[in-house]
Design a protein around this ligand. Structure first.
Ligand code: OFO
Length: 174
């Protein structure tokens, strides 16, 4: 059985994951209308992943005798100054989510809720992976600068990144 403190903290995270999904969906749409299919495809996948993260939390809360709260969401950013700006926001958002997960882990220890602590380890690992991906992408974007040819190749290559991570599947932990 979840304590009220844990239930409320997990419900906050449900909202954050749902907002992450919307944020990446908005990025996908922005990239798509700019004609960059590879980047759009990557962002659509990210958006789907965030929804899965949300659902995993929803089910955990309900299974443990709590009640998952499906709330209204803050509207995401829908326009960006540039692709660099968009990927900077992606990384900043992942760092924010990592902090939020860390805080949740901290609360689970304070509450001596070791089942929730154990459950959250998947999110800790996932955040390490997602922050690393966002940093790698941003490094590449910085290398490209204003080079249109570079952007064309990047758009093609990021599709490959999507294919590779799909092939690895979720939860590989490597
Ligand atoms: Fe939900 O995984 Fe990153 O944000």
């Amino acid at each position: 059985m979840l304590s009220k403190t844990i239930e409320s903290a997990l419900n906050t995270q449900i909202r954050i994951e749902a907002e992450s999904s919307q944020a990446y969906l908005a990025m996908a749409v922005w990239a798509e209308v700019k004609g960059l299919e590879g980047i759009a495809c990557f962002m659509y996948d990210q958006s789907d992943e965030e929804r899965e993260h949300m659902l995993k939390l929803v089910k955990f809360v309900n299974e443990r005798g709590g009640h998952a709260h499906i709330s209204e969401l803050n509207a995401p950013n829908v326009t960006f100054n540039s692709f660099k700006d968009m990927f900077k926001k992606l990384l900043a958002h992942e760092i924010f989510v990592s902090k939020s997960i860390n805080e949740l882990v901290h609360i689970s220890l304070q509450e001596k809720d070791y089942a929730t602590h154990n459950f959250l380890q998947w999110y800790v690992a996932e955040q390490i992976e997602e922050e690393a991906t966002a940093r790698t992408i941003l490094d590449k974007v910085n290398m490209i600068g204003d080079d249109k040819g570079g952007l064309y190749l990047f758009d093609r290559d990021i599709q490959q990144l999507t294919v590779n991570s799909a092939a690895q599947g979720p939860n590989t932990g490597v």
